[in-house]
Design a protein around this ligand. Structure first.
Ligand code: PLP
Length: 232
């Protein structure tokens, strides 16, 4: 039987290409991240063998075990909520942090990155749906947060990330993706030094095609690659 992970990835790549074509975008402008939370290293390795080079993890303890086991040649992105006291573990392991939503967290990431002599790629997580249960900065706070974070020398602010409110219908996510694009454009117009705003991390298993149509540059796909996760 064909490797289901490789077949899943092929199928997703076809869907990415079709969505890009519909939107008049280049397929290469969209990067596929495999979200590997709860997935054991041997199955992550199958995705690497199928050509995936970007992986997303949510949980610090799990990442501390998994990332060293997989070795070099992989770009790791932290996509889960991050407590300030866990930053010391995260900075040596990850190249990108998608979940920066407060200046205290940005400051601690900068301090730890400086100690290790490295620079971290940062996305600001935005709570576009205004849900009390979700992390992410409120949209109106994002410009000030970015102005402050832009002063930190070991962070490179690359763009925005969001996770819209859950819905069965992918179309329901579209207005939230559109509002993230508008916020990105507003921040670009401020022309803040050290801020590039080229990246939009949005779209998951159920809604990545809609996200691509609206301008996603990084899509974060878990279940469509690795199958359903165990309840946590
Ligand atoms: C788990 C997770 C994903 C992947 O979700 P799927 O529905 O499995 O594709 C993407 N982004 C974040 C922030 C996640 O926590």
């Amino acid at each position: 039987m064909a490797d289901p992970i490789a077949a899943n990835i092929d199928h997703i790549r076809e869907r990415i290409a079709r969505a890009a074509r519909r939107a008049g975008r280049k397929e290469e402008s969209i990067r596929l991240m495999a979200v590997s939370k709860t997935v054991e290293p041997a199955r992550v390795r199958q995705a690497v063998e199928a050509g995936i080079r970007i992986f997303g993890e949510n949980y610090v303890q799990e990442a501390r075990e998994k990332i060293p086991a997989l070795g070099p040649g992989i770009e790791w992105h932290m996509i889960g909520h991050l407590q300030t006291n866990k930053v010391k573990y995260v900075v040596p392991l990850f190249d990108w942090i998608h979940s920066v939503d407060r200046i205290e967290l940005a400051g601690e990431l900068d301090r730890r990155a400086g100690k290790l002599g490295r620079t971290l790629n940062i996305l600001i997580e935005v709570n576009v749906g205004g849900e009390a249960s979700k992390s992410g900065a409120p949209p109106q706070d994002v410009p000030a947060l970015i102005r402050d974070a832009a002063l930190l020398p070991h962070l490179r602010i690359r763009g925005l990330m969001t996770m819209p409110p859950y819905s069965e219908n992918p179309e329901d996510a579209r207005p939230y993706f559109v509002s993230l694009v508008k916020l990105r454009d507003a921040i670009r117009a401020l022309a803040i030094d050290n801020v590039s705003m080229d990246e939009l991390s949005m779209g998951m298993t159920d809604d990545f095609e809609v996200a691509i149509e609206e301008g996603a540059t990084i899509i974060r796909v878990g279940r469509a690659i690795f199958g359903q996760r165990p309840a946590r």
